[in-house]
Unconditional design. Structure first.
Lengths: 242, 278, 242, 278, 242, 278
């Protein structure tokens, strides 16, 4: 739709100079917190997310125990200063939904059946929000789980594609999300070819959907490489096949 | 905190194996075909005090949707548009495992998926819902009450929401010289301006099998599911993967195709029932 | 008191054409929900109430167990679209009070001592409110308990009488409640002659109270008949003495 | 959810039998007659920062009621009337079984019964509490704090509320040209316009016996009780049956008669103490 | 700072006629409630506080049990009519902080190790607030603990000193607190010379602090005497050395 | 209800004895001197969407502070002053014992001590934060997020708050003829008017020993602690004793002197880092 008089794409370039299929600068580090069993800081451009993992450990409340696997607990939370207008610190309906969506994006890869009767707790803090926070959260949580030494079948990486001024674009930022026609966050375990998160907010034709999904895969592959590099740098002795 | 749910409806391994082997032959435990939706019944205008309402059954799943219109203030960035608010409550009447309390993550997710489908497809023409430009607009409250849970709450809620919106009448109002607005509910006004119909179609995945409109027994076996919001033009107006499992790339075209075809069917069904029962 | 210029009773007839001692059309059905152990839908005119019963079952929280009887849990709740102005879905103080009043209207007839250490849960949803919702709730809950097969000493039936424009009237609707002088909801177990609910909101002289109570009894008898017919229709084999 | 309470003060069966046999002879364990109310003491104006207040003892039950007047906005359907708000808190000081927290169903029921009694009997002349027609009125906050629970909280609260309202003074105000209203609390203003006195009288039923003003030991034995709000004209200004038991028709005339007579007695007591202690 | 045109101290006397180092009239009584194991009513001028103690008793929730001592639970709460503008009955952030501060002012003197696996519950209700409510609360709670027969190493007494119009003053009331430059509440176990509560809200030079603390000690000694007299009057047989 | 906490980091008696005997020789388990503060690192302007921010490490304790400025309404008794709001959240990332939820008594106490220190020392010149006299002022939100807890959260939060405020810029605004105020965040405005720097210095007491800036292991052994808010003029701008133990009179002068000296040191450190990293 595009706000009246606002053009987000000119001469094939986006408002911040990126090409249609270009990611923002991606940066990642792990082990950024001392107390957590695993932690990571992930930046997609100005979007900054910290993830911390505690566990496997005894659950705080016994009633949630499962006899045959670990429960995964996940909280997606935005710091009150992370948004343009100050956000109330209490969990919004959006944060409650995304806590579930992010948890379900990680469940398929965690070998939770190795740790019955325990809890694996994932705490995500969005400290600066500029679009793509849920997919950056999945990426950060995946790294924090690896940093905590929790066995996984694969890493998960996420990115949002969008439709802006009629064009499909990779890694939408907040401005594009706000004034674009569609926003489609995707997360995958790339080596397994598993789609673990898929949402669409907006309208796409079936053909556009197919193309958008291909674009997402391309971004996810790139982010996945950075994830593996990041872990390799930290754990020199870890075998990661290139 | 979102937490891995304990499986509420534990099904023995043997039964699971039997069901998967049935699915291998294209059969479902409930006798439906894999792409068959349960029968839909709709009673519209069920709630006299609502401006629009529908009591919907999708098989044995039962959902009551009420629409209320109130005079509100527009957001500063959309001064000439009405506001849409969708809320879902999983009533404790609906299932032995539902307890009274504020909506949990499932109810919130459901209401937000329904909300996004209506909002993004521009199903309601919000620009026709300003009363006084920049100052007074219609607030549209859609309240979804799940009364009986036999699976696939989201598709049932989507049908109920569509039927309730189709039957909603804008109250007659009078803007007084003082600027005060008086609502006259004594007789029904114009229909709510609907520009497009949308429907949610949920496809569940059990093992490598895909089934449409899973019932509660099937839901207990699902690895994951994808809800596709379909609009009457054949576009995709929303997606939501849920469940602790995954999808694989190759499944997407199949899912989308089934959803587009079933979504059209559902929209027609609702339209016929609502119009027909006039 | 009556709102200025508003007459609710003219020539012995009420605003909706009813006689002073006339009930609204009463309709009842049971077994309206699949999952609940018992359920009922009751309509007094435009007032519509659904009741569902789960139990006797293991209580959700153990601390509330009683060693010598079932606990009865009861929630009276109004749907947000049931009222003229949209009601917030959170429980109001009025709903909290009425949950207690309705529970205490049912406690005397349920043979709760047959099911120690269990819970019998009654969930009432007012889906359209036009006066008399608490008494319709008692009636609906009583039917849902019967439908759930929970042994009771008697059915309970309720109705509100009121004083409107100086006249005592049976089965007040919302308009009469709002502009009348008094509203007195009563529920009884008629065969046992037990009064299980009695409230008065408004002012009556002692004589008026006596007459109002007689009027309530008359209405309760009629509603009780419909209750029994409703159950008889569903359970042909059930012995109900006429 | 309202839940069958566990009996907090368990009394052995033998003791119950003894008490019932005493009641058969017209005797109560506390030595009172069946229609005898415990002694009432009232200290009015106990709270300097309140606009009206009373510390009341009904036997060993102790209740502190404070009235605050604030400037508020009228409801649109009563533009020239003040608003009454009654709130009750069962303080954790009052009983080993009271925990801090928001009011439970018992506290809410109590406050609503007191509220209805005042409101329906028109005890306060709300029409004299408009400040600027349609725009500014007095909000009357009645806050009931139960400090010590020895039974029959509702009658004690009713006495405290009546005494506090009788001692309430309207603050002096000045309406400035700008429309701003300044409250001057430096000296006391006119009394709150009370047009009628009301009192709650609670009759408990144990077995087939009726007793007035049950104390906490008796309450643990009650099958049910009926609270009757009595006004000074001898009318019934409210009723509330509570408890898991029932009443029978034949008991009603007796209960009403006792209540009317005792209510008159209570109203006179309060009036004398409040006036007398001036 | 002092509000423009407002002088709180003239000719060495305070707005209510007190001298700089003069307490307000102090009154205390114990055993004011029947159900509580111990209770006290304390008044510092127009500030009135009721404290009730229940315990040592079995805790309401088991998880808070300590194996080697009693837990002390403390709630400082202001009645909604205690303040100039009606206060919401829900606990404010200030009340949550002061519940902790008051608890920690009493912890050092209670012989909690005598009652392992129990709870000692202190409920404080400020029923009229005119400054010094937290220190009056400590005093009242100390008396209620003694009234409950809970062994203590010493009584605790508290008072606030302040800086008003440049002068240090004893036992600040609300007006002085609001328009003064500093407010310093202090509580001590005087016989043990232990400082159990110390806060400063405002700015003092180190010298002023020293003097203010001396002033507080003076007030505390006087309040401590009243505490002991109050208990002696009630428990004639209790040995309190003068 | 404030409740005696269970000691989260239980340290065996033997280890306690060893540590106390070390302290007797002026040694701390972490190798620091008794009056030595852990190294401070600060990254300012860490949060692009905040108007001021700082990521601070005090040893391994890590705190992120963000400042947001919003247009608000003044209180009626300070019509020409901005408003300060300080909020602290102990994130569940920070410690295995922190659970998500609203701030507990420790977080509330911390934020209120920080708030009072800034407010009472007049560190921010609130009188320069009126936009339209009596009608519009700046609201200053200081949000403290504890990310990693290795002891002495309050001093770390105080450093973070000071650094974040020092780096805060007032957004440029335009007051339109209509009275509407438009915020232009496209370029940074003037610095927030800070008139004074303050810092919290916390001294812990173990047995008879006093230590500055206790880490989490030492905190588990503390009898009590005194937080002293020090301003740059060498005055005391706040005090807060906490913990279940006591102080004795004779310790006060020592504590105050250490705090004043260390506070000056901390303020200089922060100022140098924030200025230097410009």
């Amino acid at each position: 739709m595009g706000k009246v008089g606002m053009k987000l794409i000119e001469s094939g370039l986006r408002h911040d100079g990126r090409k249609l299929d270009e990611l923002r600068p991606i940066s990642m580090s792990v082990g950024v917190l001392k107390n957590a069993n695993g932690s990571a800081l992930v930046e997609y451009g100005r979007t900054k997310v910290i993830a911390a993992v505690y566990g496997p450990r005894e659950p705080q409340t016994r009633y949630m125990l499962l006899p045959n696997r670990a429960v995964i607990r996940c909280r997606y939370h935005m710091a009150s200063f992370s948004t343009h207008d100050r956000k109330s610190p209490t969990l919004s309906r959006r944060e409650i939904e995304l806590s579930k969506v992010v948890r379900e994006a990680l469940e398929p890869v965690v070998l939770s059946e190795l740790y019955p009767r325990t809890s694996i707790d994932i705490f995500i803090e969005v400290i600066n929000a500029d679009g793509g926070t849920r997919t950056a959260s999945v990426t950060a949580a995946s790294l924090a789980l690896a940093d905590a030494g929790i066995p996984m079948k694969d890493l998960v990486a996420g990115v949002a594609v969008g439709k802006v001024d009629g064009f499909l674009v990779l890694d939408v930022d907040e401005l594009e999300d706000m004034y674009g026609e569609a926003d489609m966050p995707v997360a995958m375990a790339p080596s397994l070819r598993q789609i673990t998160l898929l949402q669409l907010n907006g309208v796409l034709t079936p053909d556009e959907f197919t193309q958008a999904f291909e674009l997402a895969k391309k971004g996810i592959e790139a982010i996945y490489s950075v994830e593996r590099e990041t872990l390799k740098k930290k754990y020199l002795d870890v075998k990661v096949e290139d | 905190m979102s937490t891995t749910p304990s499986s509420e409806f534990f099904i023995p391994k043997l039964k699971t194996d039997i069901i998967i082997s049935m699915l291998g032959k294209g059969l479902r435990p409930n006798g439906r075909k894999v792409d068959e939706i349960r029968p839909v019944t709709i009673i519209k205008d069920y709630i006299p005090n609502a401006d629009g309402s529908a009591l919907v059954k999708l098989g044995n799943t039962q959902v009551l949707v009420g629409v209320k219109l109130e005079i509100g203030t527009p957001f500063s960035d959309t001064p000439n548009e009405g506001n849409l608010m969708v809320n879902a409550e999983f009533m404790p009447t609906a299932s032995p495992v539902f307890e009274p309390g504020p909506p949990d993550e499932n109810a919130i997710e459901l209401s937000r998926v329904i909300d996004r489908g209506i909002r993004e497809s521009k199903a309601i023409d919000l620009s026709k819902l300003a009363i006084i430009s920049g100052r007074k607009v219609w607030n549209i409250w859609v309240d979804i009450y799940v009364l009986d849970h036999d699976g696939n709450l989201i598709d049932a809620s989507s049908i109920g929401t569509l039927a309730a919106l189709m039957s909603t009448k804008l109250p007659n109002i009078e803007v007084k010289d003082s600027g005060e607005i008086v609502i006259d509910k004594s007789n029904k006004g114009e229909p709510l301006p609907l520009s497009k119909a949308v429907a949610a179609v949920t496809i569940g995945k059990i093992g490598n099998y895909l089934i449409v409109d899973p019932d509660i027994e099937e839901e207990s076996l699902l690895d994951s599911r994808l809800t596709v919001i379909v609009d009457e033009d054949g576009s995709i107006a929303g997606l939501q993967k849920s469940g602790a499992g995954y999808l694989i790339e190759e499944e997407l075209p199949t899912i989308i195709n089934i959803a587009l075809s079933k979504g059209k069917e559902v929209i027609n069904t609702v339209r016929n029932i609502v119009k027909g029962s006039k």
